[in-house]
Design a protein around this ligand. Structure first.
Ligand code: SF4
Length: 236
């Protein structure tokens, strides 16, 4: 599969994405009810209901204009997601880093290059039968892990993206994405190799590419996870 060459790093992990991608951060509640911190309306049933009825253009427009949590304050722009809207594969990360914030596209920095290599290793390509999104659409300051209320406020957008996409398989990249999708505490080491489900859609958990940039020895495990994902897709 040429994994070694494909995944060879150009330079060490650095910069924004890396800080946000530890696989085992401190335990946090998952998809908690949106609380009082929002800039505007954060998570009411009305808001969630309205988002649940949006088509793609409305959804992206609303994400770009959203001020439902404090992450809107320091973003340059929101980053809705990118890819094939009829994709079988959905990859979900944590949140935009600096380059993503600048360019408005998820996974375009060093971690993005590694994600592209990971996709290529299982014969996938960004934009072709693949959609890429994040748990929160706005960059957390200093690339910290999103707070539970931020994740909760942003959840209706990811939920609607999944509803519109109807992917055949979801790959959760890192702990925040896994916890958001599965609504339970997740440790990547324990969750790897297991098949989960989000409303009937298979979910596979692996490391965030930014984590892999800093922990090269775990790349072999991520490769195993990708093979597991490919087998799972083939068995669908
Ligand atoms: Fe809105 Fe999500 Fe951005 Fe928060 S992170 S302001 S909920 S789009």
């Amino acid at each position: 599969m040429g994994l070694g060459p494909l995944w060879k790093l150009r330079r060490p992990a650095a910069g924004p994405e890396a800080a946000a991608a530890s696989p085992e951060p401190a335990a946090t509640p998952v998809v908690a009810q949106a609380s009082a911190a929002p800039v505007e309306d954060s998570g009411t049933a009305d808001r969630a209901g309205a988002i649940a009825a949006m088509d793609w253009p409305e959804l992206e427009e609303n994400i770009r204009a959203c001020r439902a949590c404090g992450l809107c304050r320091e973003r340059k722009q929101a980053v809705p997601g990118v890819g094939d809207r009829r994709a079988d594969w959905l990859f979900v990360g944590e949140g935009p880093g600096a380059e993503e914030d600048q360019r408005g596209e998820p996974f375009v920095g060093q971690a993005g290059k590694l994600l592209d290599a990971m996709l290529a290793a299982i014969e996938l390509k960004r934009g072709e039968n693949v959609y890429i999104a994040n748990t929160v659409k706005c960059r957390p300051p200093n690339n910290r892990t999103p707070e539970p209320e931020e994740t909760a406020a942003c959840w209706p957008f990811l939920e609607r993206q999944i509803d519109l996409l109807r992917p055949r398989l979801i790959v959760a990249l890192g702990r925040p994405a896994a916890q958001t999708l599965l609504q339970t505490e997740v440790k990547i080491g324990a969750a790897r190799g297991r098949l989960f489900a989000y409303r009937g859609t298979p979910v596979i958990v692996t490391y965030h590419p930014a984590y892999l940039l800093r922990n090269l020895t775990d790349k072999a495990k991520a490769w195993e996870d990708l093979l597991f994902a490919r087998r799972t897709m083939a068995d669908q």
